[in-house]
Design a protein around this ligand. Structure first.
Ligand code: ZN
Length: 339
């Protein structure tokens, strides 16, 4: 973290230091909308309500109502001078679009446009997991660490990476590690393919395997079974941890990650998850002392807190003189023969 606050997507995070501004962050999730109001590092108020079924068509008025209720919940609170909104799935931060979300049922939703009609000031759009990483970096388990991998293990499985104090964002698919295929003949995934990391190592997958073994409950029951030395629970748990470590290790090694922060429902298992994950990563990585694995500190509020710290992203690179996409133009450049 630099003296003027950490960076999100290359921009300086707004209000990370004591500038006195009041900012709001809104996290629209698959089941609930969470919102925080803060001034500097102090959270003034929180608000949570169910996500309406028609959120894709009511985003503007819904967020406006959430902000009204949030401000009304704090006596004497001023209207926020900055507002950030984060959503799951594929997000085009610079363009302000929700590209795709399976849970919320939208594709190419103009979030910024929908909000502009109902909310002032202009709302900065972000991705829930990347915002969660920013919050953990500014205020939580990754405070003071600039090279961090954030791994929330909940219903889905997306990750966010910070290197040198910057949250990494390339294409809209950035962080979708959950849909990397790790078991070609594995179970079918919601994305239509087979054997994605999410369906062999996520909380939903662990709970499904437990029930397929004739037990009842979810991932938390498997964790309890591991503590009680139930062999079925241990097999399911450690296979999931093995797949997870196998997918995370190349990312950690490539980026020089110093700290893996694990969040989501599965992190509630604490050392039952963190210790074997650390052991499995250590076995795979070249530097046995290279990485620490800790539990996230901000829980389910990380996304909303991170949203309140978002700053506008830089506009996309301008097209080349002939109007071509600059990235595709670069990719099509002919590489000269090496001497
Ligand atoms: Zn998938």
């Amino acid at each position: 973290m630099t003296a003027d606050g950490a960076t999100a997507d290359g921009a300086t995070a707004a209000g990370a230091t004591a500038d006195g501004a009041t900012a709001a962050g809104v996290d629209v999730g698959g089941t609930r909308i969470k919102a925080v109001l803060r001034r500097g590092d102090v959270v003034l108020g929180r608000h949570v309500e169910p996500t309406p079924a028609d959120i894709a068509s009511t985003m503007g008025p819904t967020v406006a109502r959430v902000l009204e209720r949030l401000v009304a919940s704090v006596e004497g609170a001023p209207a926020p001078q900055r507002v950030g909104l984060v959503v799951p799935g594929l997000v085009d931060e610079a363009g302000g679009h929700g590209v795709w979300s399976a849970n919320l049922g939208w594709s190419d939703l103009d979030l910024r446009g929908a909000l502009a009609v109902h909310v002032t000031p202009e709302v900065v759009i972000g991705h829930d997991v990347r915002a969660g990483l920013l919050a953990e970096h500014l205020l939580g388990a990754a405070r003071g660490v600039d090279d961090v991998l954030f791994v929330p293990l909940g219903t889905g499985l997306a990750v966010a990476l910070m290197t040198g104090g910057r949250v990494v964002r390339g294409s809209t698919w950035t962080g979708e590690l959950g849909h990397v295929r790790v078991q070609p003949d594995g179970p079918e995934c919601g994305c239509g393919r087979r054997g994605c990391l999410e369906v062999v190592a996520g909380a939903t997958a662990v709970g499904r395997r437990w029930r397929e073994a004739g037990r009842s409950g979810d991932a938390s029951d498997v964790a309890a079974g591991v503590v009680a030395e139930d062999p079925v629970a241990s097999t399911i748990w450690h296979e999931a941890v093995g797949f997870l470590a196998g997918a995370l290790a190349p990312v950690v090694a490539s980026a020089g990650t110093r700290l893996v922060v694990v969040g989501g429902g599965m992190a509630e298992a604490g050392p039952t998850l963190l210790d074997p994950l650390h052991a499995a990563l250590t076995e795979l990585l070249p530097d046995p002392d290279g990485v620490a694995v800790v539990r996230a500190a901000l829980g389910e509020w990380a996304g909303a807190i991170g949203a309140s710290h978002l700053a506008p992203t830089a506009p996309p690179a301008p097209p080349t003189a002939d109007g071509a996409d600059p990235v595709r133009a670069t990719l099509s450049v002919t590489v000269p023969d090496l001497p």
